[in-house]
Design a protein around this ligand. Structure first.
Ligand code: LLP
Length: 395
């Protein structure tokens, strides 16, 4: 059986558009947004644009009424183009430039600042109506050490003590509306952890409110909602997470969530053609320039034979790309059916941090992207060419 994506054969798409090819299923994105709205009816959801900033996908998400989380002026500009309401969105940056701050200020977005020095820089640019500071509670989580963004070695956020100083300074400067932010990690599949986050941020918020004499209107726990990638992982029971949060959250501040991965990860499939079979190695035309997660984090992505997904997995192969680096490996000793040259492999759950973390290294033009929905499909980004590799060069 040929693998279907959104009602279309993956092989048909690979033939028409070539490989490597990113394919996103619109219905899955809509379903994930629905899951979030149902599980967190009281929350304000801001999509973390960094997970997948393709404009067609951004427009789709903006149309569902979500806000957006941006981290620099370029993401802000993309969000504007996509039609997001930036007044109902958040700007959670790390080490922003003055230009980033200027742009953010001009949009009226709620800024989550990382340090008192950034607020001091912002004061020279202008006074925001509302402000939020990012707390590092001293612990973090995340599926890989690289995506754990809390604890003493993390560059993100600040201590409660410093945040208290920030709020005092902001209040004295005339800011009147306040939020508080605390994100500690990405790809978390533990229900209890989200409850712990709420309990922690509430305790910190209460103490700051008392010390500074302010009231928080927004309480933002960032992104972090995980999806299962590996066969042994269980999906998070989102409704249960929502209910647990509802039970423990006492503060009337609006809960803000910044999910990225949860909304787009499962919608994406990367189609790649087998070019070479060399003993245990299967060489494909996608590489670490197309999808870097396996090489950067040791991340697992399911791989299926798209031109016949019913064949039994009788073999073990190491799936590698065309890049001249030994790290250019998608999977080691992976169980797969017998593979032949010309087969199409589908690397799954690549909708988040997939295409966008790619590069043009080793003369690799970026892949094309397709959006499919109930049997219909459209090209949402053309495949790059050699011309794109040198587009901004002067010669
Ligand atoms: N908000 C902020 C401030 C963030 O830094 C992030 C992700 C998110 C929201 C969205 O988090 P999510 O819901 O996707 O967990 N490249 C890595 C993930 C890095 C996440 C960085 N920050 C990966 O491929 O797993």
């Amino acid at each position: 059986m040929e693998r279907q994506i959104g009602g279309i054969s993956a092989v048909t798409l690979a033939k028409e558009f070539g490989t490597p090819l990113y394919v996103y299923d619109k219905q899955i994105i809509l379903q994930r947004i629905n899951d979030l709205k149902e599980a967190f009816p009281q929350a304000h959801i801001c999509y973390a644009i960094k997970a997948n900033p393709n404009l067609s996908i951004l427009k789709l998400i903006a149309q569902q009424g979500l806000g957006v989380d941006c981290s620099n002026r370029f993401e802000l500009e993309l969000a504007e183009k996509a039609g997001f309401d930036l007044k109902r969105s958040v700007f959670t940056s790390t080490n922003p430039s003055d230009e980033d701050l200027k742009k953010a200020l001009s949009t009226g977005i709620l800024m989550n600042l990382d340090h008192i020095s950034i607020f001091r820089r912002l004061q020279k640019i202008g006074l925001p109506k509302k402000i939020s500071f990012r707390i590092n509670p001293g612990f973090g989580n995340g599926k890989f050490p690289e995506i754990d963004v809390g604890g003493k070695d993390a560059k993100f956020g600040m201590s409660e003590e410093l945040a208290t100083e920030c709020y005092k300074l902001a209040k004295e400067s005339g800011v009147q509306h306040f939020g508080i932010h605390m994100m500690t990690g990405s790809c978390i599949l533990d229900e209890a952890y989200f409850e712990k986050l709420i309990l922690t941020i509430e305790t910190i918020a209460e103490s700051i409110e008392k010390k500074v004499g302010i009231t928080f209107e927004w309480m933002d726990i960032g992104g972090g909602i995980g999806v299962p990638y590996e066969p042994f992982e269980k999906p998070l029971n989102l409704k249960a997470v929502g209910e647990r949060i509802q039970r423990v959250k006492k503060s009337p501040a609006t809960l803000v969530l910044e999910p990225g991965r949860y909304i787009v990860a499962q919608s994406g499939t990367l189609l790649t053609k087998v070019t070479t079979i060399k003993e245990k190695f299967i060489g494909v035309d996608a590489g670490m320039t197309t999808l870097i997660r396996p090489m950067l984090y040791g991340a697992y992505h399911p791989i299926v034979l798209a031109n016949d997904d019913a064949l039994p997995e009788t073999e073990k192969y190491t799936v590698v790309g065309p890049i001249c680096e030994s790290t250019d490996c998608f999977a080691k000793d992976r169980s797969l059916p017998k593979i032949k040259e010309g087969d199409i492999l589908a690397i799954q759950i690549v909708g988040a941090y997939g295409f966008i973390m790619g590069s043009q290294y080793n003369g690799q033009p970026r892949a094309a992207e397709i959006l499919v929905s109930n049997g219909l499909y459209s090209l949402i980004r053309k495949r790059e060419t050699t011309e794109d590799l040198i587009r901004n060069e002067t010669y």
